[in-house]
Design a protein around this ligand. Structure first.
Ligand code: ATP
Ligand code: MG
Length: 422
């Protein structure tokens, strides 16, 4: 047989019901905050990602699924959602009548990483982007929305860490400071960080290897180095978060793996995920719209890792996997009953009753066994006797009680029994 590709997963029921509930909750809360759904393609021109995420980032250097199409054009399976949404914002001149726009998206992303717990090659994100407002209130409000979503889902043990990465003016100065600090320690850094030292020194700050963690713990803090404008912005973000009762902590060593972030950046981490503990991340990206050929419109966004979120919810005892309303089963006895069952079944299903049946004229015993297996609490029995009196028998599987109900009252009766709205 042919198996799936390494790092590409099937998501099966009943787990899919968790995904549906997360998506439903997310759509609901995003709508309340004024976001509309945008659906962008899964494949884009490679340059879109290398230009926005950055040539020297891990994603662009080694994680992208990049192919030549049949005409030799280089295309890439999207590793993240912000760049495609920004492209769409520019391409459709959405800024034309109003630069302020709020979008959310959900769907698969692709990164060629080593598959492990919480890390896959196809994974899913729910993300949101706000264009057109550089006010720190947007940073705080968007974080408030994200944290409220997690709260509504009953997620526990999550913490929000924020940082400021400065801007195009002050970050280069901090980079110099950091390089000065690291200069005489370079040989003690891990192999990766020795390379990062040359091409992207800020990345050494969030290296997980113990040696680098120790060395960079004494590094100058970016929060002491950012310019007045960035400092002011960050102070406001913190103030507004406090006003919205969103808890956070500062992590001046948090550096995102995408070059387009400036000023506010954040991560939400959760206990119980092991070393892949980030469940959502994002930040501000003023300048990206312009860099990709649009007007100078600021932006702020985040992305949630769905697999990690689903894993947390599944591990969380409070979360019930909802396999749907327990079915009503209909036992059909004989050809005549079968013929009249079609109309009845259609009618009940169209009225929202989850109705299951068996096929092939099986014995009553076999059909009852199937009803049991499916967890039916009520079984309708339709045979010659019932047909003669234009009725069905309804059996309560828990109590064993059985009663006759006329065909035109079955819907009504089931309504009182299982509580569906007919
Ligand atoms: P990490 O540090 O875990 O590699 P990241 O910084 O690369 O994450 P982002 O690009 O910010 O992640 O993506 C946002 C979220 O998407 C992450 O917090 C995580 O929950 C999820 N995510 C990222 N990469 C993967 C992956 N390969 N498999 C599953 N989820 C992922
Ligand atoms: Mg990563």
């Amino acid at each position: 047989m042919i198996n799936s590709i390494r790092g590409f997963n099937d998501i099966l029921p009943p787990e899919t019901s968790i995904w549906q509930q997360v998506e439903k909750e997310a759509r609901g809360i995003f709508a309340a905050y004024g976001f509309s759904e945008i659906r962008v393609p899964i494949v884009e021109k490679t340059g879109l990602f290398s230009r926005s995420i950055g040539e020297t980032t891990d994603i662009v250097e080694k994680e992208m699924y990049t192919f030549a199409d049949r005409h030799g054009e280089s295309i890439t399976l999207r590793p993240e959602g912000t760049a495609p949404v920004v492209r769409a914002y520019i391409e459709h001149k959405i800024y034309g009548n109003d630069p302020v726009a709020k979008f959310y998206y959900l769907g698969p992303m692709f990164r060629y990483e080593r598959p492990q717990k919480g890390r896959f090659r196809q994974f899913h994100q729910i993300g949101a982007e706000v264009f057109g407002i550089d006010d720190p209130a947007v940073d705080a409000e968007t974080l408030e929305m994200l944290v409220s979503l997690f709260q509504r889902l009953g997620l526990e043990g999550v913490s929000l860490q924020i940082n400021s990465l400065g801007c195009k003016e002050c970050r280069p100065l901090y980079k110099e400071k950091l390089l000065n600090f690291l200069q005489d320690k370079k040989s003690q850094l891990c192999q990766d960080c020795q390379r990062r030292y040359e091409i992207n020194p800020l990345r050494t700050l969030d290296c997980k290897s113990p040696g680098c963690v120790e060395i960079t713990s004494h590094a100058p803090s970016i929060l002491d180095a950012v310019c007045g404008g960035c400092k002011n912005h960050f102070e406001k973000v913190k103030e507004y978060l406090a006003l919205s009762h969103v808890n956070f902590s500062l992590n001046p060593k948090m550096v995102r793996g995408l070059d387009y972030y400036i000023r506010t950046t954040f991560e939400i981490t959760a206990l119980g995920l092991g070393s892949q503990n980030a469940v959502a991340a994002g930040g501000r990206y003023d300048g990206l719209v312009k860099d990709l050929g649009g007007p100078d419109v600021p932006g702020f966004g985040f992305a949630i890792g769905m697999e990690r979120l689903a894993m947390l919810l599944q591990d969380n005892g409070q979360w019930r996997v909802d396999s749907g309303q327990s079915p009503v089963f209909i036992v059909i006895l004989g050809d005549k009953a079968e013929a009249s069952a079609f109309g009845l079944i259609k009618n009940l299903r169209q009225n929202g009753v989850r109705l299951e049946r068996d096929y092939g004229n099986k014995s009553i015993k076999a059909q009852m066994k199937r009803a049991d297996k499916l967890g039916a609490k009520f079984v309708l029995i339709l045979g010659d006797n019932e047909l003669a009196s234009n009725s069905v028998a309804i059996k309560n599987m828990e109590s064993g009680e059985q009663e006759k109900v006329s065909l035109d009252r079955v819907g009504e009766k089931l309504k009182t029994l299982i509580g569906v709205s007919l």
